[in-house]
Design a protein around this ligand. Structure first.
Ligand SMILES: [Zn+2]
Length: 267
C-alpha cells in the first residue's frame, strides 16, 4: 500500500529542512496524504498516521514515498511512533529515500525498516542535484553504501516508468551499472558521482533479488537460486561479477524464466 510524504526532486517538490539552493524560498511540499492545504505547504502527519493504521487493520504494510531529508525524517519519526506503540515494523518500507541526513542513516536498522531505493535515479538526477541542494546535502543523496554500512535493509527497484520529469530504463544492466558505477549511461563522470557511495555488483544484485523477495515476505519461495524455490531466473551473456565495470553496459539478457517457464529467449 503506497503512501506519499512529499514531492519529487525533478520538480523541486521533495521536502527539505533547508530551502533549495536554486530556489531560496522553496523547501518542497507535502502531499495529499500529509496535508489538508490546497498548496500542500502545511503539515498534517496525523493523516498519514491514520492512513497507515487503517492499512494495517486491513492487512497491508505501509510502503511510503519519502524523498527529501525532511520527508525521510518525518517518515522515520512516524514509524518510530508506531514502534513505540508496539507495532511490529517488519516489511515496512520507506520508498526512494533519496536524500538522508547523517543522523538518520542508523535509524533504518534501529527500526528494522526497509530502504527501497532506485539506483537509476543517480544516472538521471546527477545532472542537476548539486545545483539544487548543494554539495553537503548531496553527500547523503542516493547514499547506498552509507545505508549498507549502517545496517539498513537495502531493496532496489527500477521505479519504472519514471516520473513526470523523466522516463527511466528498465533493462537490468542500466540499473546495476547505476548502483555500481554511479555514472550516466554515457559513462560520466569518469570516477562516478560521489564515488565513495559505490557498491559492489554482488551487493547490487542482492538488493535487486533476495532482499526484494524479503520485502514482499516471499524470500522463502523466491529471490535466490536455491533448489525448491520458484525458478525465476534472468540469464545474462556474461558474468557481471567478473567483468570490468564499463562492460556492464554491454551485457545482454539471453533468457528470462518465470516460475520454470521460458518467457523470453534471445534469438
Ligand atoms: Zn514515489
Amino acid at each position: 500500500m503506497k503512501g506519499y510524504i512529499d514531492g519529487i526532486m525533478g520538480t523541486h517538490g521533495a521536502l527539505f529542512f533547508e530551502p533549495y539552493d536554486d530556489q531560496p524560498d522553496n523547501y518542497g511540499h507535502w502531499r495529499r496524504h500529509t496535508s489538508d492545504d490546497p498548496d500542500y505547504k502545511v503539515r498534517n502527519m496525523e493523516k498519514m498516521y491514520n492512513f497507515v493504521k487503517v492499512g494495517l487493520e486491513a492487512g497491508f504494510v505501509p510502503n511510503v514515498h519519502a524523498i527529501g531529508t525532511k520527508g525521510v525524517a518525518e517518515m522515520l519519526d512516524l514509524y518510530e511512533r508506531l514502534n513505540n506503540e508496539g507495532v511490529d515494523l517488519t516489511g515496512f518500507r520507506i520508498i526512494h529515500a533519496q536524500v538522508i541526513r547523517p543522523q538518520d542513516f542508523p535509524r533504518f536498522k534501529a527500526l528494522n525498516v526497509i530502504a527501497e531505493v532506485n539506483p537509476y535515479h543517480i544516472s538521471d538526477d546527477m545532472r542537476w542535484m548539486e545545483e539544487r541542494i548543494g554539495y553537503e546535502r548531496c553527500k547523503g543523496a542516493y547514499a547506498f553504501k552509507s545505508l549498507l554500512d549502517n545496517g539498513a535493509i537495502l531493496s532496489f527497484g527500477s521505479d519504472w516508468p519514471g516520473t513526470s520529469a523523466a522516463l527511466y530504463h528498465m533493462h537490468p544492466k542500466y540499473l546495476i551499472y547505476a548502483a555500481v558505477a554511479r555514472k550516466t549511461v554515457k559513462g560520466t563522470p569518469e570516477e562516478g558521482w560521489f564515488p565513495e557511495q559505490r557498491i559492489s555488483v554482488e551487493e547490487a544484485i542482492k538488493a535487486y533479488t533476495i532482499i526484494n523477495a524479503y520485502a514482499c515476505f516471499e524470500d522463502e519461495i523466491r529471490g535466490s537460486l536455491v533448489a525448491g524455490k520458484l525458478a525465476d531466473v534472468t540469464v545474462f551473456d556474461r558474468n557481471m561479477l567478473e567483468i570490468p565495470e564499463d562492460e556492464i553496459l554491454q551485457t545482454e539478457v539471453v533468457m528470462t524464466i518465470i516460475d520454470g517457464k521460458i518467457v523470453f529467449e534471445k534469438k
